[in-house]
Design a binder for this molecule. Sequence first.
Ligand code: NAP
Length: 303
Amino acid sequence: MKQYDIAIIGGGPAGYSAALYCARAGFTTAVLEQLAPGGQMSTTNEIDNYPGFDDTVDGFDLAEKMQRGAERFGAVTEIADVTSVQLAGDTKLLKTSEGDFEARAVIIATGAAPRELGVAHEKELRGRGVTYCATCDGRMYKDKTVVVVGGGNTAAADALFLAKLCKKVYLVHRRDSLRATRLYIDALQKMKNVEFIWNSQVAEFLYDAKVQGVVVKNVQTGETRRIEAEGIFVAVGRVPNTAMFQGQLELDDAGYIVADESTRTSLPGVYAVGDVRTKVLRQIVTAAADGAVASHYIEEYLA
Ligand code: NAP
């Protein structure tokens, strides 16, 4: 059984910022990460909205810098998949693929993942034409035809970004209007290469080795239509990685951990930082800020 003062679940910007502050404050601190550092950030090639860089920065590089920055003060990275947790009481227990860990406080920084459409073969076509990140993968579809699925701000922003790069963008939404800000809607309506396909869901992916397009079905008439396209950008929201905390911590209706700006959750000694907590703006900079705030309240709690 490994023991630390503070165990941080998840090695994205929120997790490593928390690790930096906690280790620097003198606590034994472990970041439990299942794969590689960075979380969602590491899938983004060009980050322009994190301060301190006079040029665009690669998400993977930034993640490595954040990891090294925390390890410089003694934080330890444990490559371990956390499978279950017992968060009540003074000693917290984390069961992982690499054995059990005990900690006096836990910081949850497990982030969120893109929601899937739930259409057959979606998982196997990921990376073969189906993608969940226009800013990461958009450039691969320069001068090609793509489909964006969704009706929120992400879908609208993605469609706009792709319309500037691609030959043609189909925007498929299950309603007859977007749930996006006016700014995006007005800009999209001015783009000559954007075609809206309203009241429609993706019913099927067309593919051989790679995606060839989709079949969409009108939810009102039942009519189907084939759309040929090289890339399908799914932008139907995000799902927080909170399944293992259900029943132990208060979650909101969408599954995010209820925690205010203090990052404190419904249990003493348990903090939620970054995209996994209820908040207005989910960005790298706000995730990193949460890590610092959590360390402040943990110092108080452990004292
Ligand atoms: P969102 O606002 O939850 O929108 C998700 C969209 O996907 C909705 O239009 C929803 O349809 C649709 N959808 C959900 N499940 C679906 C399914 N299985 N099949 C087809 N369509 C489905 O998510 P988001 O656009 O990712 O935005 C998340 C948050 O980030 C929001 O608060 C948003 O404002 C914010 N954001 C802001 C900006 C910005 O302001 N620059 C940019 C991006 C994101 P219904 O409308 O029918 O529910």
